[in-house]
Design a protein. Structure first.
Length: 221
C-alpha cells in the first residue's frame, strides 16, 4: 500500500473586495489550489483588520476602492500592526497615484484585474515568501514615473555591492522578473533570489518598487 501524499503547507489568504460578484468567485477559485486556504472574504478594510486581528493570515488580496476603509489605509495599518501579513493589490486602477500610494503603504504586489488565476497565485506565493510582484502595466508606469523625478539625495548605492548584485539591480530597474534575470545572466532563479536578498540588505532596499527607484537614481538603467 502506498503512503498517503502529504498535503502542501497552506497559505492563509483573505480576499477583500466590496463587490460580492468579484469577491466570492475569486475566493472560490483561489480555494481550489492545494496550497491556498481562504480564511475570510471581506467587503471593506475594517473587516480585513478585524479578520487579521482574530486570526493572522499570510496574505491579503486587496482591492483599493472600498467603503468604510479603503485599500491604501488598510494596507498602511496592516504594515504597521501586522508586518508579517503581506498585501497584494488587485484592482482595476493602474494610475500613477494609486500605484505609488499602495507601494508606499507597504503593498508587496500590485496586479490589475486583467491578471489571470495563475498570475494571482504566483503573486500570493511570492508575497508570502517576502518577494514583490508587479504586473507588466504597473512596472511600465512605475518606471515612467520614476524617470521623471530627480534622484533623492542620500540614495547612493553602498560600495560593497558585488558586480553581480549591481547587474541584478540593473535588470530589476529595467522591470525584469526573476526568471528573465536568471535567463539573461545564465544563473538559476534561486541564485537570483540570493543576490536580491543580499543587495536589499546591503542597500537597505525595502521592496522591488524601491529597488527600481534606487536603480534609476543610481543611473544603472
Amino acid at each position: 500500500m502506498s503512503e498517503p501524499t502529504e498535503r502542501p503547507q497552506q497559505l492563509k489568504v483573505i480576499v477583500a473586495d466590496d463587490q460580492a460578484a468579484v469577491r466570492e468567485p475569486l475566493a472560490a477559485v483561489l480555494a481550489m489550489s492545494d496550497d491556498i486556504e481562504v480564511t475570510a472574504a471581506a467587503a471593506d478594510g475594517s473587516e480585513v483588520l478585524a479578520a487579521v486581528a482574530a486570526a493572522p493570515v499570510d496574505v491579503v488580496l486587496m482591492d483599493l476602492r472600498m467603503p468604510v476603509m479603503d485599500g491604501i489605509e488598510t494596507t498602511r495599518r496592516l504594515s504597521e500592526d501586522h508586518p508579517d501579513t503581506a498585501v497584494v493589490v488587485l484592482t482595476t486602477f493602474a494610475d500613477d497615484d494609486s500605484i505609488l500610494a499602495a507601494l508606499s503603504a507597504g503593498a508587496r504586489g500590485y496586479l490589475t484585474k486583467n491578471a489571470g488565476r495563475q498570475d494571482i497565485l504566483r503573486a500570493i506565493r511570492a508575497a508570502a515568501a517576502g518577494q514583490s510582484v508587479l504586473d507588466r502595466e504597473v512596472q511600465d508606469r512605475l518606471l515612467a514615473t520614476v524617470r521623471t523625478r530627480p534622484p533623492t539625495p542620500g540614495q547612493a548605492l553602498p560600495a560593497d555591492l558585488t558586480p553581480r548584485e549591481r547587474e541584478v539591480l540593473t535588470l530589476i530597474g529595467r522591470g525584469l522578473p526573476n526568471r528573465a534575470i536568471a535567463q539573461q545572466l545564465f544563473i538559476s532563479e534561486a541564485t537570483v533570489k540570493t543576490h536580491i536578498n543580499n543587495l536589499f540588505a546591503k542597500a537597505d532596499i525595502r521592496d522591488r518598487a524601491d529597488a527600481v527607484r534606487r536603480a534609476l537614481a543610481a543611473g544603472l538603467t
